[in-house]
Design a protein around this ligand. Structure first.
Ligand SMILES: *[C@@H]1O[C@H](CO)[C@@H](O)[C@H](O)[C@H]1NC(C)=O
Ligand SMILES: *[C@@H]1O[C@H](CO)[C@@H](O)[C@H](O)[C@H]1NC(C)=O
Ligand SMILES: *[C@@H]1O[C@H](CO)[C@@H](O)[C@H](O)[C@H]1NC(C)=O
Length: 761
């Protein structure tokens, strides 16, 4: 693995989490220096060099010399926006914030991937499979017809890419679009020929990352983790025949926009705690991507708090920015990446399952789910002795002989069965593996971690069953078994389509309302994110998380861009939200998993589950001139310190978003929305209003007539609370209907009396 000593040795606690060598830190300019991001707004010079020079002039004034300034700067932002990341003391940062040209100064924060709560993160020490467990995904049947995202460029900001994967073959691709200005940054493990007509650009961002981390990574765009490759292939992988995980989920693996081009921005680096990077590098990637000419930016990463001026500049340049909602569900108010200008994506489970038949010694058959496959040389499934335990912690199991047996974990105390599987499942599977066991039946709430079993179980049969099924096994074990209790586990089958109730919002998917922008509904949309099969290195693997959902949306955005090159990011987002499904094909409402299950609401899935075909032909769109965002959020988001900003008293629900959220409805309010006809020129739409419970919602006019002269209409929405009440959120919708076409936006309101109110006491 390549490693070249980097020119700048920085120890950045905000990125590294642990400063591994304090001596090194001090040697590099004082232990109190931290990485700060200094934001200066729009680029004010013609040439990037001049922008950089102006940054150094500014810093030199503060630090005393040009040399000091050059030594402290880690990144210059000079294409899409102006600013820099630099090592500064808190005092220097404070002084800089007072400079007239400085809009904000913030610490660089740690970014991580948004796959499901990973076992790696828990510090569980499982052995890495020697021969990789292989998987492949079969998604995209419902892609927009007649185009494949030709020549649209998707920028993937992630852990890099594995260029040898069949998913990135450039066979049959035309020349790279001439507007492309990106680079192929070489390094160890990455030659110039690793870029192609498919992977048209590749860069990496190692500045600000500690040497400790870099030395276990390839200092190149190559993916040492798998996450970036998985996401890129989900968004834009070429079609690959017969991809599967040992025969499971077998089918054609392809990305949402299989003909789109991929530009790689590696900002996340593999660490023992999972991939990590910092805001400084992610902003540098966004700055470059704006310059390079990407059309869509896909970011399957999360950062605590919002720092999204980079995304705002991208959107103002016409780039659609797609972010993950995060994996902290089903707890409310956990949704992240919620700026109004980005698309925030929740995760659903697709209509696919992996039923696994378990036959007990009394011939009773029960069904669980697993990714268990039959190894080619194995002698086939046979009956094995069962051994029953409760939580299956390492402590509880200590000394238990499981050799050749199937361990069954059924907690007898119900309260315990809810909170611990995240810890107990890895412990149990490790125990079975190390003890030579042949299977594990796990009857606890597992929070969608089926995809993790590939890694954790490595050949042993790990089956998840519902707690009531667990009780049946317990009954058999203690009461029904005539001789010693036994069971047989068959390999999993793949079942897709009509037999499966779906989609459901996955329990891990983070939920609204947004803490940062309560008067904007977040997430915006939901897309498949559980047990997604996509490329990792040379094979195909399952992964779960909103990380997997966001690239589905990025791929669909690429298809929309190819079909409607002139649509703004807001129009594309509107098309996606207003056409989303809120019921399945039978008309059953989409559910949200959690404790307990319920019908999904806009804080689970925004507009609903993505409907690519509908988004291509939305009829009407709620468009936004990107300059509008400054008007609404210029002061609160960008936090100007000394410069006067475009302060406005208008709450954000007046922004022309394809949703309405009023978190504090005390008295009747009126707001407006504007719709633009992008469908048939002569069209008449009728309003269908579903008021949130306890609120009267009136729309005026209730008929909109579009023709060649009238392509745009504004309508009024009046919301009146029916009672004086310290209430909770209730939900409704406004749908413009023309024959079978519906253009629906979600509405969320909360009646309020008191200004501040804790709902959690
Ligand atoms: C990528 O580059 C490496 C090193 O230059 C080379 O060994 C490998 O074959 C290349 N892969 C592809 C797909 O071109
Ligand atoms: C199957 O093959 C693998 C590797 O080739 C080997 O490690 C394993 O022991 C074999 N299993 C059986 C049941 O023969
Ligand atoms: C298992 O139990 C033995 C003694 O009964 C103890 O010495 C050992 O530390 C225990 N192991 C674990 C992992 O708890």
């Amino acid at each position: 693995m390549g490693f070249s000593s980097s020119s700048r040795r920085l120890c950045v606690p905000s990125v590294l989490l642990v400063c591994l060598s304090m001596i090194l830190c001090r040697a590099q300019g004082g232990s109190s220096r931290k990485l700060y991001i200094v934001y200066l707004g729009d680029v004010k010079h013609d040439h990037p060099d001049h922008v950089v020079a102006s940054h150094h002039d500014m810093l030199a004034g503060l630090l005393g010399s040009k040399e000091e300034s050059v030594a402290s700067v880690v990144y210059n932002y000079k294409h899409g926006f102006s600013g820099f990341a630099a090592m500064l003391t808190p005092e220097q940062a404070k002084q800089l914030a007072e400079f007239p040209d400085v809009i904000s100064v913030e610490r660089s924060k740690t970014h991580t991937t948004t796959t499901t709560r990973s076992w790696d993160f828990l510090g569980v020490n499982y052995q890495t499979p020697a021969s990789e467990l292989l998987h492949g995904t079969n998604y995209g049947e419902d892609c927009v017809q007649n185009n494949y995202g030709d020549d649209v460029i998707i920028g993937v900001v992630d852990t890099g890419i594995w260029p040898e994967s069949r998913s990135f073959s450039d066979k049959g691709y035309g020349p790279i679009p001439s507007r492309w200005k990106g680079k192929c940054q070489v390094g160890p493990d990455w030659g110039i020929n690793n870029c192609s007509r498919k992977i048209i650009g590749a860069r990496f961002y190692s500045a600000g990352i500690s040497d400790e981390i870099l030395k276990t990574n390839s200092l190149s765009p190559r993916d040492n983790h798998g996450h970036g490759t998985h996401c890129a292939s989900t968004a834009a992988g070429s079609a690959v025949e017969a991809a599967s995980f040992h025969g499971l989920a077998k089918g054609v693996a392809r990305g949402g926009a299989p003909r789109a081009r991929i530009a790689v921005y590696k900002t996340l680096w593999e660490t023992p705690r999972g991939p990590q990077g910092g805001t400084a590098g992610v902003l540098a990637a966004i700055d470059d991507a704006i310059y390079d000419g990407v059309d869509v930016l896909s970011l399957s990463l999360g950062v605590p708090g919002e720092n999204s001026f980079g995304a705002l500049h991208a959107v103002q340049k016409g780039i659609t920015v797609v972010y993950t909602a995060g994996n902290n569900g089903p707890i409310p108010q956990t949704v992240g990446n919620t700026s109004p200008w980005v698309i925030t994506v929740a995760a659903t489970k697709v209509d696919r399952s992996f039923p696994t038949v378990i036959t007990l010694g009394n011939r009773q058959q029960i069904v669980g789910q697993s990714l268990y496959y039959q190894a080619k040389n194995s002698s086939g499934s046979s009956f094995r002795d069962l051994i029953l335990a409760e939580l299956c912690t390492t402590d509880e199991l200590n000394g238990t002989d499981v050799s050749g047996m199937i361990l069954v974990c059924v907690p007898s105390r119900r309260d315990e069965s809810v909170l611990t599987p995240l810890v107990t499942f890895p412990q149990a599977s490790q125990y079975v593996r190390n003890g030579g066991g042949s299977g594990l039946i796990f009857a606890q709430y597992t929070n969608d971690l089926l995809s993790e079993t590939a890694k954790l179980c490595n050949g042993i049969a790990c089956v998840f069953v519902d707690p009531d099924t667990g009780e049946r096994i317990r009954k058999y074990y203690f009461l029904d078994a005539t001789s010693s209790p036994v069971a047989k586990i068959e390999p999993a089958r793949t079942v897709t389509g009509k037999e499966i109730l779906g989609p459901k919002v996955a329990s891990f998917s983070s939920r609204g309302p947004s803490r940062d922008y309560p008067d904007v509904i977040k997430p915006d949309i939901a897309a498949p994110g559980a047990n997604i099969l996509a490329a990792v290195e040379d094979s195909y693997k399952f992964m779960s998380g909103t990380s997997m959902a966001a690239p589905h949306v990025s791929g669909i955005v690429a298809l929309l861009k190819a079909q409607h090159p002139h649509w703004s990011p807001a129009a594309i987002k509107s098309a996606i939200i207003t056409t989303a499904h809120i019921t399945d094909e039978r008309g059953m409402p989409i559910l949200a998993e959690g404790l307990s299950r319920k019908t999904a609401d806009p804080f689970d899935y925004g507009g609903g589950n993505i409907n690519p075909g509908g988004a291509a032909d939305p009829g009407l769109v709620y468009d936004i001139d990107p300059r509008e965002y400054n008007k609404f959020f210029g002061c609160t988001i960008i936090r100007r310190t000394t410069v006067s900003c475009d302060e406005t008293t208008l709450p954000a629900y007046h922004l022309n978003l394809p949703s309405i959220a009023v978190p504090e409805l005390r008295r009747p309010i009126t707001l407006w929305r504007t719709v633009t006809n992008v469908g048939k020129v002569d069209s008449v739409y009728h309003a269908q209003v579903q008021s949130p419970t306890g609120v009267r919602m009136e729309v005026e006019p209730i008929v909109l007539v579009f023709d060649a002269m009238n392509k745009v209409h504004t309508f009024k929405v009046k919301l009146s609370p029916m009672w004086k009440l310290q209430g909770d959120y209730t939900f409704g919708s406004i749908t413009w209907r023309k024959e079978h076409k519906t253009v629906r936006i979600p509405v969320a309101t909360r009646m309020t009396i008191h200004d501040f109110y804790a709902d959690v006491a």
